[in-house]
Each structure stands twice: as C-alpha cells, then as structure tokens.
Design a protein. Sequence first.
Length: 265
Amino acid sequence: MFRNVFLKSLYDARRGLIGWSIAIAVLVLLECALWPSVRDMPDLKQLYQSFPEELRKFFNLDAMTTGNGFLNAELFTLMLPGLFLVYSIGHGARTVAGEEERGTLELLLVTPVSGARIVLDKALALAVSVLALGTVLFAATSIGSVIFGLGISASAAASGALAMTLLGLEYGVLALTVGAVTGRRTTAIGIAAAAAAAAYVVYAAGLILPRFESWQPYSPIHQAFHNGPLGAGLQLSYLWLLAGAIVLTLFALPALDGRDISTAH
C-alpha cells in the first residue's frame, strides 16, 4: 500500500484539492460577473486617474479598463497569489513534516522505498496538485471571459494560470523542504510564509520607491507578476520560479536518509 508514495499522496490530498478548486472557480466566475457593471461605468478612465499616482501604479489601475487589466488588478495580483500560496505552503508542510508529527512517516521509512524517493514522490504529488489547481483557474478564467465578455484569450488565461502555479509550487516546495529537514510542520509554514511575505515587500517597494526597483528581479513575486501575469505570455522569469522549485527539491532529497524518526521528537 505504501510502495507508491506518489499515488498515496495524491489520494490523501484529494478532498482538499476538490474544495480549493471549487472555491477558486467560484471566486473567478463571481469576479468576472462584475465586469459588465464596471465596464459600463461612465467616465471610468477619469475615475481611475483621480486616484493617487502611487496607488495607480501599484494596482496598475490605468489598465483596468480592459478585461485583462481588471482581473489582473482584482485577482491575479492580489487574491489568487495569496490563495495559491496558502494552499501550496500548507500542502508542502503537511506532506512530510505533517506525516512525521502524526507518526505515519515511520511506516514509509521501514519499507524498501528510500528516503529520497519518498521526498521526490511527495514533491511530484505536490506539483500535480498545484498544477490541477492552475488548470481549474485557467478553465474558470476562460469560461468567465466568454460568458461575461472580458475578451481574455486562451493564451492570456494560460499565462496567468501558469504564473500562479509556478509561484505556488516554489513556496510549496520550500515548505516541503523545511519540513523534511526539521520535521516540524509549523516551522515549515512559518519560514515559507515569511519568505513569501518578504518577496512581496520587495516587489511592492520596487513599484513605489524607485531606489528599490533594482531589487525586484530577485523577488519570486515579481517574477510571477512581471508584465501581467494575466496576458503576459511566456516570460523568461518563469524559469527562475521553476528552477527554484527544482533546486529546493534536490536539497530536500537526502533529508530523510538515515533519519531516526523515533527519536526526532
């Protein structure tokens, strides 16, 4: 039963993934339903231009007169990144450290499956789960655009979903890695959440304060949001997000080898 850790991990995550998928689909469709009312508001450009310049730049309000710009400001640079991070970090922290705290990781380590294979299979299961969430986001965005006339192309919806997927994956793997090394779920969540918050601060500071602009490319948040993310196309910065997840996975692979779980707590 425990030999296929990948499938078992996917099975264990199924209920949470279904719930999160429904929540994200409903959120996107509800936001899309607001677009006709926003689009038909008189003097919409003048309204946005009345806001302070820093606020307009931070939320890219000048682009909110289009469907792409509206969803970017309302969802893809605010709520959706937070949701993907919460899901991915929670999943990543729970997948190794959570099992260790519950005492079920011992059952895996006494099987012929190596510690590195356990970590790899769990990282792959995390990646598939986040990718499934990204697929739901792509479908909901595309359907909402057609129903409510946002004019978002399939490629634009795909770029937004890909950015959220890669962002969530990097921080989810970070939580998995910290959890595998420390055996503590709360530590994994705390470190990954703090890293995500720091990255957002760097990104936000670069938008408002010119002297911080040179720091932005080092922020995974900026790498995901660059030129979009909805409608950005395939960005080279996405490769940094993917590379970060791969490097973190490689770092986590030997974490369980020779681990004495019985004395870990």
